[in-house]
Design a protein around this ligand. Structure first.
Ligand SMILES: [Zn+2]
Length: 66
């Protein structure tokens, strides 16, 4: 799992290149991250249609790994 701006993302492929918001299925959230084969962020969409998961609300951002 990745945490970006207090939102959680779930890996969708085994190679770690494609990540979707953890709320994609339940909320149809369009947010996503895409990395190239060397691990660089090459595309992202961070417009969520919901609030961040409540259990990360007190985070100071240390979980962000971009
Ligand atoms: Zn989302």
């Amino acid at each position: 799992m990745l945490i970006v701006q207090k939102y959680t993302f779930a890996q969708t492929t085994n190679d770690g290149r494609y990540w979707n918001c953890s709320k994609k299925l339940s909320n149809k959230c369009p947010a996503k991250l895409r990395f190239d084969s060397s691990g660089r962020l090459v595309h992202y969409e961070l417009k969520h249609n919901h609030l961040p998961p409540q259990f990360y609300r007190d985070s100071c951002g240390k979980y962000v790994k971009l």
